[in-house]
Design a protein around this ligand. Sequence first.
Ligand code: SER
Length: 326
Amino acid sequence: MAAKREMKRILVTGAVGQIGSELTLALRDRYGADNVVATGRKTAPSEELKNSGPFYFIDVTDRASIEEVVSKHDIDTVVHMAAILSAVGEKNPTLAWDVNMNGLYNVLECARDHDMARVIVPSSIAVFGPETPRDNTPNETVLKPKTMYGVTKVAGELLADYYFHRFGVDVRGLRYPGIISHETLPGGGTTDYAVAIYYEAVKNRRYACFVREDTRLPMMYMPDCIKATIDLAEADLTKLKHHSDFNVGSMSFTAGELAASITKQIPEFECSYEPDFRQEIADSWPSSIDDTPAREEWGWSPDYDLDKMTTDMLENLTRKHKQGKI
Ligand code: SER
């Protein structure tokens, strides 16, 4: 089946979040500021986001609030980033189910009703669990997560594929690894230490990491995350055998290797390790990812490795620190 039509007017949910805030700006550059409508639930958008195009508060669990913006802006594509992540989800599983499942259901129904061109919905390495092969985890494998976040992501992948096959809604999604960035802090994930460590290195020269030194997880730098998301969204549908469940690999490192990469540039940096409840979640996830289908079906290839990312992160955060922004 060929793509129904091009994406022209895009609604981004979760636009104030870690990925959404940067993805919205990238989409505005590409599709025109007024054609990319940003939405969030309660956190106020940054000045940059607010001044760069339309913004609304909506609640994805309330379908009427999505409908209103979709109708007003004649939306043909939803990039659905709103979600409760793994650590917050373990503290409040009911909320995670409500936002991640009912929110997705509302978005998919809305897309079906409005005959939309595309829906982009992220999945995560959290779909995997302790029974999954940990190294070079294949795309097709055991999906038995032990977190509510993971449960909603597996169910979300299935629901998204159901809407594609049953109703012809062109839904696409990637299994993001931990995403590292310097614009907006992540909110409530297990991989957040890999961001916090940079902020603390710049501000205080020390960090108490909440997973063990030998914890190895797949990670990705934000420019690669934005590239992967837009490339998949724009990929030729006729070439896709997968839709909502692409593994995307980039880099894998232990918390200790991450600290060592920072020490190369900030020799006085010290990292200590104080594992908390997130250790068990991290231990249930892959250490590295096989992303052959993404490479074959839409040409995925990352640009950043650990040291290249560290250089860029430290440069940006040092500048912000000097400006008093962090
Ligand atoms: N970064 C997410 C989390 O840690 C994984 O998708 O919850």
